[in-house]
Design a protein. Structure first.
Lengths: 110, 110
DNA sequence: CAAGTATATGAGTATATGCGCATGTTAAGT
DNA sequence: ACTTAACATGCGCATATACTCATATACTTG
């Protein structure tokens, strides 16, 4: 993106897919929890307040997108953030949204 | 995100919404076209190959998300990228996906 | 005011996906 | 072998949203 030649359709769909994976509040909560480091499923269920089944599915989605990595240890499965670009992505979006809100706040307060 | 205290639910939904807006190939095509500068709807319809109705809807979505800005001039409406963070966002995702693919390529070629 | 052009929008349909419930699978302990 | 614990998954429902077609709106020109 932001290059000389436009991306091909297939590439665009990959990019869109990546954004779609990040477009769920529950998945963002999982990522937020994992920012502190590796966690197993039970801990993530507790941290996010979701049901075990639902969390498991979201973890699957994030793993298939290569955003998380899985490590099995006995009965437990530990997940970690595998793609460091996620940090910057979230920071960028948060920063942009903050600007928007402070702008709106300004508009109302004068 | 990536801060000391976790984001509130409402903030997470805003972040998720921002990602959702970017999770459509056609909208990414529109952004890609607009990277070169301001364009009116007809030009965008031609550049993306979509129908006028569909493009108009996507432009509305992007504008409501404060990613694009609208400027009316007579009969025509010109759109511009209003949020510069979009550039970096797309670059980050593209870079991350490229790494993934070259990694996979490596894995198969040895 | 009539006609034409550029864009937006209402309505309907099809598809995708998040969630809950129940059940399956894998591994540890007794 | 049986039980229990930790995860994963099949299925059905409900909702969201992308797309198309037709029509509405806004503006310009004759």
């Amino acid at each position: 993106m932001a290059r000389k030649s436009p991306l091909k359709d297939e590439a665009l769909e990959h990019v869109a897919r990546r954004f779609a994976v990040l477009a769920e509040p529950m998945r963002l909560r999982l990522l937020q929890a994992l920012f502190a480091g590796e966690m197993n499923v039970n801990a993530l269920v507790a941290a996010t307040g979701g049901t075990q089944a639902n969390i498991s599915r979201h973890l699957q989605t994030l793993t298939h997108a290569h955003i998380l990595s899985r490590r099995k240890e006995g009965l437990q499965v530990f997940y970690t953030i595998a793609d460091p670009s996620i940090f910057k992505l979230c920071e960028l979006v948060c920063g942009s949204l903050e600007k928007q809100f402070t702008k709106n706040a300004d508009a109302f307060s004068r």
